[in-house]
Ligand binder design. Structure first.
Ligand code: UD1
Ligand code: PEP
Length: 437
């Protein structure tokens, strides 16, 4: 096991490049199941544990996969006879693998997947995915922890989502590409990752219209073929570096960050006193000497993203004045706050709302990452804490950030990643070696 140790106090400066988006590549990998002809080539693929997990699922389903990590490129071939079952062993590792269900149902008329269950941030049901499949003619059985869906031929349908769920929009959209007739889905998710998936599907020969708006219309086709696609940059990784620059009075250029994808975050950080220079190949972020308090409410896109909530709370803890954070997307996404409390953060929790009294003078402590974005938030907090902050349970970080400590080092931060049992001499030596880099 490894841990990250942060020695606070450094101003972040320099340039950092973001990877391809985890939340875009996962559904696109699942969509390759739909191609009954040719070999798919995906580029700008991030090297993350979630990608390896989904590749295991796809390999189990009998796709041929080659991941060239040097080139950040994956080749996939789904022309073999495919299996219809994604077992618990893989589904339990990553709930996002539920997105194989729509493509399997569309391509094979049969899908059996282990129920994904909840996770640290909430219960995360999949009722909306299943309602969509049923509306398209699928029969659903839930038994012994597995969901099984059958449909000789899916047909088009008119579906209204009670909530603009990202996963349900993706699953239903993929299922509809090979359905007979036209499917309309209303109140869909509008995230940039939905648009990237629609572009990919249309390159495969699908007819998806309206992605990025509230209504998506899909004309079913008989067959889809493999294609090539470059994954969009990760707006949440970019956002995490924006907060890092904001916190440390930094001057950071975030290469490949797309301002359009991060409007609500940029707007809130501007309110807090952060300056931005927006360029065609990225953005320069200039953190102020002192951040101002601000109120934030998470919402489906184009609202403030829940995946930036934890990182933003660190900026609020560090800001002058009282800030509010209201989480409306997940019911249990404040677990990182109790870890921040050990670092001296001052706040109150009132249900789904945080009242944050800043600025807290943060003190380094041993803290544990409870989920992916909590891991990033605790490391960010370490950057502005006195002394050393040790963050454990890095398996959460590795789901969504590639070499996060190295990218922070490149920006001048004192951050190291060491084995759990490293001696204090070894740790000091590792920090000293940063000076010579
Ligand atoms: C791999 C991936 O892309 N993950 C993202 C995706 O997750 P995911 O696709 O799981 O998130 P959803 O948009 O589906 O979930 C949002 C809310 O809707 C609820 N819900 C969802 C489906 C359903 O059938 N019934 C239901 O009640 C969920 O419990 C949650 O409270 O979008 C989330 C919201 O932006 C992000 O935080 C995740 O990073
Ligand atoms: C919650 C997240 O991912 P997932 O939906 O895969 O758990 C995230 O990316 O912050």
């Amino acid at each position: 096991m490894e841990k990250i140790i942060v020695r606070g106090g450094k101003r972040l400066e320099g340039s950092v490049k973001v990877e391809g988006a985890k939340n875009a590549v996962l559904p696109i990998l699942a969509a390759t199941i739909l191609a009954s002809e040719g070999q798919t080539k995906l580029t700008n693929v991030p090297i993350l544990s979630d990608i390896f997990t989904l590749n295991q699922v796809l390999t189990h389903l009998n796709l041929d996969i080659e991941f060239n990590q040097d080139k950040k490129e994956i080749l996939l071939d789904a022309t073999n006879p495919l299996n219809f079952e994604a077992p618990f062993e893989y589904m339990s590792k990553m709930r996002a693998s539920i997105v194989v269900m729509g493509p399997l149902l569309a391509r094979l008329g049969h899908a059996k997947v282990a129920l994904p269950g909840g996770c640290a941030i909430g219960t995360r049901p999949i009722d909306l995915h299943l309602k969509g499949f049923e509306a398209m003619g699928a029969k659903i059985n839930i038994e012994s922890g597995y969901i099984e869906a059958f449909a000789d031929q899916l047909h088009g349908a008119h579906i209204y989502l009670d909530f603009p769920s990202v996963g349900a929009t993706q699953n239903i959209m993929m299922a509809a590409t090979l359905a007979e007739g036209e499917t309309t889905i209303e109140n869909v998710a509008r995230e940039p990752e939905i648009v990237d998936l629609a572009i990919f599907l249309n390159r495969m020969g699908a007819k998806v219209h309206g992605a990025g708006t509230e209504t998506i219309r899909i004309e079913g086709t008989k067959k889809l073929r493999a294609t090539s696609h470059s994954i969009i940059p990760d707006r949440i990784e970019a956002g995490t570096f924006m907060v890092a620059a904001a916190l440390t009075n930094g001057d950071v250029f975030i290469e490949d960050a797309i301002p359009e994808h991060n409007k609500p975050l940029i707007s809130k950080l501007r309110e807090m006193g952060v300056d931005f220079e927006l360029h065609s190949n990225g953005m320069r972020v200039l953190g102020p000497a002192e951040l101002k308090a601000t109120d934030v409410k998470t919402m489906p896109h184009p609202g403030f993203p829940t995946d930036m909530q934890a990182q933003m709370t660190v900026a609020q803890v560090h800001a002058q004045g009282t800030s509010i954070m209201k989480e409306t997307v997940f019911e249990n996404r404040f677990m990182h706050m109790e870890e921040l409390r050990r670092m001296n953060a001052e706040f109150k929790v009132d249900g789904q709302t945080l009242i944050i009294q800043g600025p807290s003078s943060l003190q380094g402590a041993e803290v544990s990452a409870t989920d992916l974005r909590a891991a990033a938030a605790l490391i960010l907090a370490g950057l502005v804490s006195e002394g050393h902050t040790t963050v454990t349970q890095l398996e959460h970080l590795d789901r969504g950030y590639y070499e996060f400590h190295k990218k922070l080092q490149q920006l001048n931060a004192d951050v190291i990643r060491v084995n759990d049992d490293s001696s204090s001499e070894a740790i000091e030596e590792e920090f000293s070696s940063l000076l010579s880099k």
